[in-house]
Structures are given as structure tokens and as C-alpha cells.
Ligand binder design. Structure first.
Ligand SMILES: NC(=O)c1ccc[n+]([C@@H]2O[C@H](COP(=O)([O-])OP(=O)(O)OC[C@H]3O[C@@H](n4cnc5c(N)ncnc54)[C@H](OP(=O)(O)O)[C@@H]3O)[C@@H](O)[C@H]2O)c1
Length: 285
């Protein structure tokens, strides 16, 4: 399949490029300037002049706390919201498939169980509002689409929780990590493969939740990183989120129900601990 991939310099985009190429797909990876989400004419030109069957959008404004600043919020809203509406429109008009990534941060975290695809978002933070806008625009425009809502993403080529914790375990003697937020870690390699499986198996168009299987808290995630790396000289202690200031509020429950994803690809999703091991032993940069 010939796939156009936006955001190929980012954390998910760079891994998606690697995984898609390894499976024999032909890739177009336009630069930020060639397909700029702030400049719709560059997107229109790209759609008109390049040949591809599916557009995978890994581009976005991903600094969650920065979105709380009014000036950054409007920039993020354009890139994460409005521009994705243009992509949806161009895909519908030209008969191309759109793949886009949403976030667990569209939910308010009040539900006691894992979130299912039919649950109604109610974002707690500004970043979540920008992402939900894109989800609604895609669903309203309704091209053939895979809207993949994912959580706690890590992998090479980007700042992420695993990299941060490994760095802190090497340099600190004590580390406080919140234990009252739970969710599902997601390795970019698995998310990229899931995306390809949806495309290759021609799964039904629509919204899918995806993370590696199982759930944990940020504290237990940090403890698992410590166990797997053997960086035991640092004491990791649990903390409450109300005692650790961050500009953007995070949902207490970020757990996503993965039944629809597993059914679409026809096999169970692998446990997050196993994915973490692969990242730390084979892919940690
Ligand atoms: N990271 C997570 O935990 C997480 C969780 C849930 C969902 N997601 C979603 O997954 C997707 C990928 O996230 P990520 O963490 O891989 O992002 P990332 O590492 O921050 O990469 C973002 C990419 O977007 C590009 N970009 C930014 N502004 C652009 C613009 N105006 N026009 C074109 N390209 C632009 C960047 O290119 P430059 O470097 O050239 O600016 C970069 O390649 C996003 O939609 C994000 O919301 C991420």
C-alpha cells in the first residue's frame, strides 16, 4: 500500500515509518514545511499532486501542559483540531483513508471501569479539548477512517515517561511518582503495528481504543521500569497527584477497553510489561 505519513520526525511517526517500511509498504514522508498543518494550501497541494491510498497523521502539538497557556492553546487548537478537519475533508473528497490518533485525555477519568469507544468525552484539560475537536471533525466529515484513541505512549525519538524515569533513576536517590492515576502504557512499535493491521485487514471504519494490554498506575509503571532496568539505588515512592503540581489536570482513570481493537485484528493484545521489555532491551535510544 502507498501511505503518506505526516509527522515522521516525531516519536510515533518515526516508529511508524520504520514499521511500515519493514512490512513492505511504500511511504511518502513529507516534511513539516511540505505538509504544514498551519497552512491548508500546502495540504491541498500535497493531496492534489501526490499519489497515495491512506494518510496516517502522526503530526500534532503534543505538549500537554503548554496547551494551558492561552497563546499556545490557540496554536494547538489549529494544529490538533481545525487542521485535522481539513485532512478529513481532503480524504473524503479524494477517497483516501485517514488514520488519526486521539488520546485518553478526552475523558474526564470519573468512570470506574475502562472507557469504551461509545463513552462521551469530557476533557479535563486544554490539550484534551484540542484533540476532541479533531475527533468530532473526523466523525462529522466521515471519510473512511481509523481514529485510534491511545494512552501513555513511549518509544524512541521523543521525550516520554520511560526515558524520563530511566534518567531520574540514574541520577536521583529518591523519586516520587503518582499512584492515583491509572492507565495503559503503549509502545509506539505496537501502536504502529496495530495501525498496519487495521489497514491490511481492511477493518471497519471508525474509532478504536488501543494500548498494550493491562493497566497500571504511573507509580507501578515506574517500579516496573526500575525492576526491568535494575536501577535500584533510587528509592521510588508513591505520591498523590494533588501534591505534585502540573498545569494541566490529568484524568484519574485513563483505562481504555481494548476488546474492539483485539477483535478487529483477530488476536489478543500483548501485555504492557512485555512491550516495555522489548523497548528497554532492543529499542531504547
Ligand atoms: N505521546 C503520547 O503520550 C500520546 C498519547 C496519546 C495520543 N498521542 C497522539 O499521537 C500523535 C503522535 O504523538 P507524538 O508523541 O509522536 O508526537 P511528537 O513526537 O510531538 O511529534 C509531533 C510531530 O508533529 C509534527 N508537527 C508539529 N506541528 C506541525 C505542523 N504544523 N505541521 C506539520 N507537522 C507538524 C512535528 O514535526 P516538527 O518536529 O518538524 O515540528 C513532529 O514530527 C499525536 O496526535 C498525539 O496527540 C500521543
Amino acid at each position: 500500500m502507498r501511505i503518506a505519513l505526516l509527522g515522521s520526525s516525531g516519536m510515533l511517526g518515526s516508529k511508524a515509518a520504520e514499521v511500515f517500511r519493514a512490512r513492505g509498504h511504500e511511504l511518502l514522508t513529507p516534511s513539516h514545511a511540505e505538509a504544514d498543518l498551519n497552512r491548508p494550501h500546502t495540504l491541498e497541494k500535497f493531496f492534489q499532486t501526490r499519489s497515495f491510498e491512506a494518510l496516517v497523521n502522526c503530526a500534532g502539538f503534543t505538549r500537554v501542559d503548554a496547551c494551558e497557556e492561552p497563546a499556545k492553546f490557540s496554536a494547538a487548537f489549529n494544529v490538533n483540531g481545525t487542521a485535522v478537519g481539513w485532512l478529513a475533508k481532503f480524504c473524503r473528497k479524494s477517497g483516501r483513508i485517514l488514520v488519526h490518533y486521539s488520546t485518553d485525555y478526552v475523558y474526564d477519568g470519573q468512570k470506574p471501569e475502562p472507557y469504551v469507544e461509545t463513552d462521551v468525552p469530557a476533557p479535563l484539560n486544554a490539550y484534551g479539548r484540542t484533540k476532541w475537536q479533531a475527533d468530532r471533525l473526523i466523525q462529522a466529515e466521515n471519510p473512511f477512517h481509523y481514529l485510534v484513541r491511545t494512552s501513555w505512549v513511549y518509544g524512541p525519538n521523543g521525550p516520554n515517561f520511560v526515558k524520563t524515569i530511566v534518567g531520574l533513576l540514574k541520577t536521583k536517590s529518591r523519586l516520587e511518582v503518582v499512584s492515583d492515576q491509572v492507565g495503559g502504557p503503549t509502545y509506539t512499535g505496537d501502536l504502529a503495528l496495530f495501525t498496519l493491521e487495521l489497514l491490511e485487514k481492511k477493518a471497519a471504519s471508525g474509532l478504536y481504543h488501543f494500548a498494550d494490554a493491562g493497566h497500571t498506575s504511573w507509580y507501578h509503571f515506574a517500579k516496573e521500569i526500575q525492576g526491568q532496568t535494575g536501577l535500584t539505588s533510587c528509592e521510588v515512592v508513591s505520591a498523590l497527584s494533588e501534591n505534585i503540581f502540573r498545569p494541566a489536570q490529568r484524568p484519574a482513570n485513563s483505562r481504555l477497553d481494548l476488546a474492539k481493537a483485539a477483535q478487529a485484528v483477530g488476536h489478543p493484545l500483548r501485555p504492557w510489561e512485555e512491550a516495555l521489555k522489548d523497548y528497554l532491551t532492543k529499542d531504547f535510544k
